[in-house]
Structures are given as structure tokens and as C-alpha cells.
Ligand binder design. Structure first.
Ligand SMILES: *Cc1c(COP(=O)(O)O)cnc(C)c1O
Length: 314
């Protein structure tokens, strides 16, 4: 088995975007997490969790994820020489399954949605004495994601807001924790979801964790029925605003971003970009914005074209 021959994660560039700055009327910076070796910011937190598992003596890892977390665990485990099993729900795209298998991980399909895959994976990990790597609800994962803000503070002047997508809330918690670590405690975070995956917005409004009945969105990597409790706790001490966009807006943003910056991203990331292209109201008062371009591997030109034709108009 190869030793670490490729970095688990890298420092990512920040671009001042001409097209997004023009569209939004604000100086817009892009934190290009799409340029991680696994195509998304998940390389950071999942990589850190795999290193911690190895350091704690684990001889194998198990993760449940319909996409980028599973792919990043498969990648990190392979680089660290640990066998990995990734449990994915049936909703996971064929492309994501193929990519995970290409990282030499075992892929098990279980359940209709992530929650069912997660329940099976935790049980499998306990039964086989493997380390379970949670895709979004773990302090090690948050600390890994928070690194991107420690980089950011050296790359841009203090922005008026940071825009990030929310699935299970791991990215959100990491970003907020990072902002607090570097002393940017007054920089608000716009927490963007698609309407069919509004688990953070629902919980934020209710003031307590809400479990959604179902997930219905093209942005499958945002599809957690319930967010990490930590995201709500942080919402009490850090300025945060939930924001919802339609699937159509997320897909349009992916297409527009591909033209503007020659980079393909998943609709999960398109959601955050849409909030800027369409100037989400909470951003109106900001002079400058940082968008976390979270990326995602489950996207091809053909998939974008298919979403463009099948997702209903706004
Ligand atoms: C995982 C993921 C998200 C959501 O991150 P959470 O930590 O689950 O909130 C957003 N975009 C992409 C591309 C992802 O892979």
C-alpha cells in the first residue's frame, strides 16, 4: 500500500471575481475549495478525521456518505494505507459510486436516504472494530474545515460577509469556528440551502433541531434531514442568517459559474453562488463578500445539461 504520495488537502487560492463582483455590485472573493485534491472542502475535515483515526490506532475506517464526504474519506484512507468502507444510500449518483470505488474503497449501498446509510454504517463500524468517520457532526471534522478560514485571514481583508452552503452543517460550523478563532467574530455568515433541503433554516427559525420529513432537491449533497446541533448553538453567539434558493437558481448559478470561471461545481455549491449572483437581501449592505466555493465531484457537463433541461424554471 502506498504511503502518503499526494497531499490529503492543500491551501486553496482566493480569487477576486470580476464576473461575480459585477453581478453583485460587491467586491466578491472566491475561496476555491473546488481545487482540493478531492474536488471539495471535505478533503480538509475528512482528511483530518482519517489522520486522527490512524493516530488512534484504527486499522480501517467506515463512513456513510452519498457523495463528497465518502469520496474524501476513501481518498484520505487510501493515502494513509487504511482500508475504507463507504456506505451510500440508493439516492447516490452512479458517478459518485464509481469515483469512490476508484479510490479503492469498498462501496456498500444501503437505505433510501443518508440517515439509513448512517445507521447501518455506525453498526458496521462497531461490529468490525473500525473507526466511524461522521460526515459532518464531529469536532475533528469542524477543526479540519476551520483551517480554510485561518488561510483566508492571510488572503483577504476582513469581508462584510461569508457565504457558505449548508447540508448537515459541518462546513457552517467549521467556517464559524474559524472566524471566531481568527478574531473575525463580527463577520456574518449567510447559510445557504435549497428550498427542498432547508434543515438549517427550519431549525434556526424554530430555535431547536427540526428533522425534515423528506429531502427534495437536485443539490443532493445538501440533503441532511437534520443539522448538527453545534450549528444551532453557534447561531446563538455568532451573526448568522439562513437563506434559501430554488433548485433552478442553484443550477443556473452552476452554469453561469462554469462560463465565468471555467470550473464545474455541484448544485450544492451553486446554491451559495446563486445567493451572490442574485444578491440575497442580507448581503445588500456589505461592501465585500467571500464565497466558499465548496465544489463537489458529482458533476459533469452532461449532468449539468440534464439538470438544466429537467429542473423547473423559477
Ligand atoms: C458536504 C457538502 C456540502 C455541505 O456540507 P455540510 O458540512 O454537510 O453542511 C456542500 N457542498 C458540497 C459540495 C459538499 O460536498
Amino acid at each position: 500500500m502506498t504511503r502518503t504520495s499526494s497531499p490529503l488537502w492543500v491551501d486553496t487560492p482566493v480569487w477576486q471575481s470580476g464576473p461575480l463582483s459585477t453581478a453583485s455590485g460587491k467586491t466578491t472573493f472566491l475561496k476555491m475549495e473546488a481545487f482540493q485534491p478531492t474536488g471539495s472542502f471535505k478533503a480538509r475535515g475528512m482528511g483530518a478525521a482519517c489522520v486522527a483515526a490512524r493516530d488512534a490506532g484504527a486499522t480501517r475506517v467506515v463512513c456513510s456518505s452519498g457523495g463528497n464526504a465518502g469520496y474524501s474519506v476513501a481518498y484520505a484512507a487510501r493515502q494513509l494505507g487504511l482500508p475504507a468502507t463507504i456506505v451510500v444510500p440508493r439516492s447516490t449518483t452512479a458517478r459518485a459510486r464509481t469515483l469512490i470505488a476508484q479510490q479503492a474503497a469498498e462501496v456498500i449501498v444501503h437505505g433510501e436516504v443518508w440517515d439509513e446509510a448512517h445507521a447501518y454504517a455506525t453498526e458496521l463500524a462497531a461490529r468490525t472494530h473500525a473507526a466511524y468517520v461522521h460526515p459532518f457532526d464531529d469536532p475533528i471534522v469542524w477543526a479540519g474545515h476551520a483551517e480554510m478560514i485561518r488561510e483566508l485571514v492571510r488572503q483577504v481583508p476582513k469581508p462584510g460577509a461569508v457565504v457558505a452552503s449548508v447540508g448537515g452543517g459541518g462546513l457552517l460550523v467549521g467556517v464559524v469556528q474559524g472566524l471566531r478563532d481568527v478574531g473575525w467574530t463580527d463577520v456574518p455568515v449567510l447559510a445557504v440551502e435549497t428550498e427542498g433541503a432547508a434543515s438549517f433554516a427550519s431549525s434556526f427559525r424554530a430555535g431547536e433541531l427540526v428533522t425534515l420529513e423528506r429531502i427534495d432537491t437536485v443539490a443532493v449533497t445538501l440533503g441532511a434531514r437534520r443539522v448538527a446541533l453545534r450549528s444551532l448553538e453557534l447561531a446563538r453567539i455568532h451573526p448568522m442568517q439562513p437563506w434559501l434558493v430554488s433548485d433552478r437558481a442553484a443550477v443556473d448559478a452552476c452554469l453561469r459559474f462554469a462560463d465565468d470561471h471555467r470550473v464545474l461545481v455541484e448544485p450544492a455549491c451553486g446554491a451559495a453562488l446563486a445567493a451572490v449572483y442574485d444578491i440575497a437581501e442580507p448581503l445588500a449592505g456589505c461592501d465585500s463578500i467571500v464565497v466558499v466555493v465548496c465544489g463537489g465531484v458529482a458533476v459533469t457537463l452532461a449532468m449539468l445539461d440534464e439538470w438544466n433541461r429537467s429542473v423547473v424554471s423559477r
